[in-house]
Ligand binder design. Structure first.
Ligand code: GTP
Ligand code: MG
Length: 243
């Protein structure tokens, strides 16, 4: 991403280590610690975990580090269960820690109806670091490519299998460009290709993204559109690092 951003994804099975004397070094110089909790985790274990994170922040003197909590997999429970859980977490954490009220908590899920909002929450969290450091830059070419790829996703449906001529005819591309965009989209997990790029189909991920995007566009003014393309870029490139 042409930046100094580092993202460490810590395995939950090793939490004891991350909170130990030698393990906690991993948090050195962190700008954000995002804690992802399964909605089925007990309120007690969630609060205990957050108290540990506060402790680490104090010990390592991470003055400008933000804590963000995701209450994840909300597709598995009712909305009222989620809201009650959030209330309980907020109540107990303020009892257990003086800075307890001082973190954000979000309801998240990768399920179809929640995917886009979850993606947006993550983007905003990341964007807040970029703004601090001014780290991101997109070339004009990259911007054009992304716009094209966005429009391919938004104008295709998730049931049909399209052939590459469809892209040539509808998106002002030659065959070579078509293949390039298909390769990029596949690498990002947004399409599957068949017969060596003769055909493609949107993945669920692309479809879930599209559903949220379309809902969002009703409330979005034109001026935000470029911003959205930039956010899309951050999201896609994070995924790319993981491939
Ligand atoms: N129902 C539901 N399942 C999810 C959701 N997000 C992830 N999962 C499932 O939860 C399981 C664990 O997901 P992982 O991404 O491996 O979780 P993790 O937190 O990285 O786990 P560790 O790296 O072991 O700490 C997988 O089977 C996922 O498909 C969600 O929003 N809803
Ligand atoms: Mg993991």
């Amino acid at each position: 991403m042409n930046s100094n951003l580092g993202i460490l994804d810590l395995a939950g099975q090793e939490n004891d280590f991350w909170f130990s004397e030698s393990g906690k070094e991993v948090f050195n110089e962190s700008s954000i610690i995002i804690c992802i909790f399964d909605i089925m985790n007990s309120t007690e274990s969630i609060v205990k975990f957050l108290v540990n994170v506060y402790q680490i922040i104090k010990e390592l003197d991470l003055r400008s580090c933000k804590i963000i909590a995701f209450l994840h997999k909300i597709d598995l429970v009712s909305p009222s269960y989620v809201d009650q859980k959030i209330k309980a977490i907020k109540k107990f954490i303020t009892i257990q820690h003086p800075r307890g009220g001082d973190f954000e908590i979000f309801k998240t899920s990768i399920g179809k109806d929640f995917f886009y909002d979850t993606y947006y929450i993550l983007l905003n969290a990341l964007n807040s670091i970029f703004q601090r450091g001014g780290l991101i830059s997109i070339s004009k070419q990259e911007f054009q490519d992304l716009k094209k790829e966005l429009s391919i996703i938004l104008q295709s449906d998730h049931i049909s299998k399209y052939n590459s001529d469809y892209l040539v005819d509808n998106f002002d591309l030659d065959l070579e460009e078509t293949h390039l965009h298909m390769q990029r989209l596949e690498q990002l997990g947004l399409i599957n290709n068949f017969d060596n790029f003769k055909f493609f189909k949107l993945t669920n991920k692309a479809y879930f993204f599209k559903v949220g995007w379309e809902k969002e566009q009703f409330n979005t003014e034109e001026s935000k559109e470029n911003k959205n393309v930039e956010l899309f870029h951050i999201f896609l490139y994070l995924n790319k690092q993981n491939v």
